[in-house]
Design a protein. Structure first.
Length: 213
């Protein structure tokens, strides 16, 4: 059985990752892979219920961080690990980097606590590192001002989307810090260009890993 692949997609709200997730799923399927498309928070019935709460109800920052990780634990055990075990390719719209960026950077929540939660929640003893992380994280990097312009006038914003641009500057800095800590896992995509150029980079990053012809 071939090893599964785990690819996550990150970026501030409005960075435009959604169309490229769908495009990459299609390209990988055309290359013969079985693709599981999923998202965080969410991906299981329970985790989707937690998503509805955490994206809409005001709450304490620790509660918010714990719910993100609670949703993640269910998702990891019920969807991600079984898919990787079958040799499937998992495309996940956001994963733990989003918690470090939004709850850590955006909300200012203690990164050490987040690291402890990450270690508990993503523990997979069979792995050499003992910790499940994406094999590749595509980070759609876009200036917060430009993301705000793109979001204006779109559908009704949720709790995060309605944050001021200053919040997204901190979220972007949170992503940058995660990338600096683990440069080998990240591919930074300049999302401020025309869609075809962004797509060429997305495809290129996956080809560079040898996962697409
Ligand atoms: P998003 O992925 O942008 O989905 P949609 O395109 O449907 O809006 O929305 C998820 C939101 O949840 C986004 O604002 C980021 C936030 N989020 C966190 O704050 N922490 C996390 O750990 C995750 C996974 C998401």
């Amino acid at each position: 059985m071939s090893a599964g692949l785990f690819i996550s997609f990150e970026g501030i709200d409005g960075a435009g990752k959604s169309t490229h997730i769908a495009g990459l799923a299609e390209a990988l399927r055309a290359a013969g892979r079985t693709v599981v498309l999923t998202r965080e928070p969410g991906g299981t019935p329970l985790s989707e219920q937690l998503r509805a709460l955490v994206l809409n109800d005001p709450m304490d920052p620790l509660t918010e961080a714990l719910l993100m990780f609670a949703a993640r634990r269910e998702h990891l055990l019920q969807v991600i690990e079984p898919a990787l075990g079958r040799g499937d390719t998992v495309l996940c719209d956001r994963f733990t980097d989003a918690t470090f960026a939004y709850q850590g950077g955006g909300r200012g929540f203690d990164a050490e606590v987040l690291r402890t939660l990450e270690t508990w929640v993503q523990a997979v003893p069979a792995l050499p590192t003992g910790l499940r992380q994406p094999d590749l994280t595509l980070w759609f990097d876009l200036a917060p001002q430009e993301a705000a312009r793109r979001l204006a006038g779109a559908r009704a914003p949720d709790k995060f989307e309605s944050q001021p641009v200053e919040f997204f500057r901190r979220v972007a800095a949170g992503y940058q810090a995660r990338r600096d800590a683990e440069p080998g896992r990240f591919a930074r995509i300049d999302a401020g260009r025309p869609r075809e150029d962004v797509w060429a980079d997305v495809r290129g990053a996956v080809q560079a890993k040898g996962w697409l012809p």
